[in-house]
Design a protein around this ligand. Sequence first.
Ligand SMILES: Nc1ncnc2c1ncn2[C@@H]1O[C@H](COP(=O)(O)OP(=O)(O)OP(=O)(O)O)[C@@H](O)[C@H]1O
Ligand SMILES: [Mg+2]
Length: 83
Amino acid sequence: MTTVLTFSNFKGGTGKTTNSTMTGIELAKRGFKTLLIDLDPQANATNLYLKTKENVNGEFVTFGQTLMAGIKNKDIKATIIEA
Ligand SMILES: Nc1ncnc2c1ncn2[C@@H]1O[C@H](COP(=O)(O)OP(=O)(O)OP(=O)(O)O)[C@@H](O)[C@H]1O
Ligand SMILES: [Mg+2]
């Protein structure tokens, strides 16, 4: 069974990025197969995860294609970054 959690608000600075990224990490730590989809063009959640991965693993990480490119190509595999 898949559960979709959406963190959205028209107003800026209301904790969308903070709550979605921390919830994603916590669910993964608890053993849930978790995919965080960052639909914000600012990409703050993506940058936070990439920087965290770089700090933890000491490796520079980037992604193969943007989510929009993946949707256009009807294949988002190259968009996904494994933790
Ligand atoms: N539960 C919380 N308690 C206190 N401060 C918080 C909490 N959640 C987020 N913040 C702080 O509020 C600010 C805005 O948070 P965040 O960047 O997550 O909001 P956002 O909705 O993603 O903003 P934006 O609209 O710019 O994308 C940050 O400084 C963050 O540290
Ligand atoms: Mg945000």
